[in-house]
Design a protein. Structure first.
Length: 314
């Protein structure tokens, strides 16, 4: 019998829930570490370089800056070495790592090699695929050629969690970045390695997994929430202990592996037929042409065909 425990969760604090991409599992779990004087390793958007960088954060203010899904691959940078140094400087301290499956596995392995494995708890994030950071930077050039991009929300829930939209702030004005969201959905900008991702399964090798609790409107309609619901899968006793400590900040329901099923818990995202053409256009005709050409709204027949192949695929 599986030893995994599955929960649907959402933050009780409605303001924090709205600023989280799913149900705010990241906030509740990281609060436990911060309150105990420990630190959290997570991915933060940098508005100067328009990259996403892993950082060690030890306050709620810094942690809040890591909220939100960023649809570009984050850079590990020096975070492995910095984490070992942080642990050396805090002999009683512990780190909680949040990152995509590949990043969590790499972090865990590095820490074990550095003999720090027992002082690290790892949480991996379910992932559809990490998009190219170069495409995002080129996109920023198209929407803010003079600079001035001071805010970005890849999953703005003002239209509901299940119907979230991409928004950004350029020179103080909110703009839509739905075309970038559509480009991500087209799968053309996802890294080649993601299409054979070994972490797209239930057994993740981490202490716990977080993601969106998709399809909850069918499996647990009375717990569904337009502000978002997180999926939490606990794999180890360390994961269970952390969840237990975080549970006071959460509304939660016990679930199971069948109810929380989604594609990327079973297999990698499929290579899209248009990917080679997209990158040829990107090189030959330039980013603006390729981004505009491959981020168009889908026609109704195309959406119906996509729905049918998704059902057949699953
Ligand atoms: C590229 C990407 C693809 C995803 N695909 C899926 C999916 O197919 N199915 C699914 O259920 N969930 C997916 N998610 C996860 C989901 O969107 C939420 O990020 C997750 O449920 C956490 O939400 P939250 O409300 O708990 O936390 P939030 O408060 O929104 O915190 C976000 C967390 O994600 C981390 N993060 C954000 N962007 C990145 C990044 N680019 N690289 C590494 N870490 C990052 C932050 O450090 C933080 O820990 C994806 C996330 C990303 C970044």
């Amino acid at each position: 019998m599986s030893e995994r425990t599955v929960y649907a969760v959402k933050l009780k604090d409605q303001e924090q829930l709205m600023s989280s991409s799913s149900g705010g599992a990241f906030t509740a779990l990281s609060d436990v570490f911060l309150e105990e004087g420990n630190a959290v390793v997570c991915a933060v958007y940098d508005y100067i370089s328009h990259r996403v960088l892993f950082r060690i954060v030890d306050s709620r203010e810094q942690r809040d800056l890591a909220r939100g899904s960023k649809y570009l691959q984050a850079e590990m940078g020096s975070v492995y070495r910095d984490s070992v140094s942080w642990l050396a400087g805090h002999p009683e301290g512990k780190l909680l790592f949040f990152g995509l499956g590949c990043q969590a596995a790499a972090f865990q392995r590095y820490m074990e090699t550095a003999r720090c494995g027992d002082r690290v708890v790892t949480a991996d994030i379910i992932c559809h695929g990490a998009p190219s950071p170069r495409v995002w930077r080129d996109y920023v050039q198209t929407v803010a050629p003079e600079g001035g991009l001071t805010g970005v929300n890849f999953r703005d829930k003002k239209t509901g969690w299940a119907h979230s939209v991409g928004t950004a702030v350029v020179n103080g004005e909110e703009i839509s970045i739905q075309d970038y969201r559509r480009l991500y959905s087209s799968r053309n900008t996802i890294r080649p390695s993601c299409f054979s991702c070994p972490y797209t399964k239930m057994d993740r090798g981490t202490d716990l997994t977080i993601g969106d609790f998709w399809h909850i409107e069918k499996s647990m309609p009375d717990f569904n929430d337009p502000k978002g619901v997180s999926l939490v899968i606990l794999h180890t006793d360390r994961g269970r202990e952390l969840f237990q400590k975080a549970s006071g900040a959460l509304e939660y329901r016990l679930s199971n592996e069948r109810e929380c099923w989604q594609l990327n818990l079973e297999k990698p995202t499929a290579w899209p037929g248009s990917r080679d053409r997209f990158w040829k256009d990107y090189r030959d005709r330039g980013p603006a042409y390729a981004i505009a050409g491959y981020s168009r709204k889908k026609t109704m027949p195309a959406r119906i065909m996509e729905g049918i192949s998704r059902v057949l695929g699953s």
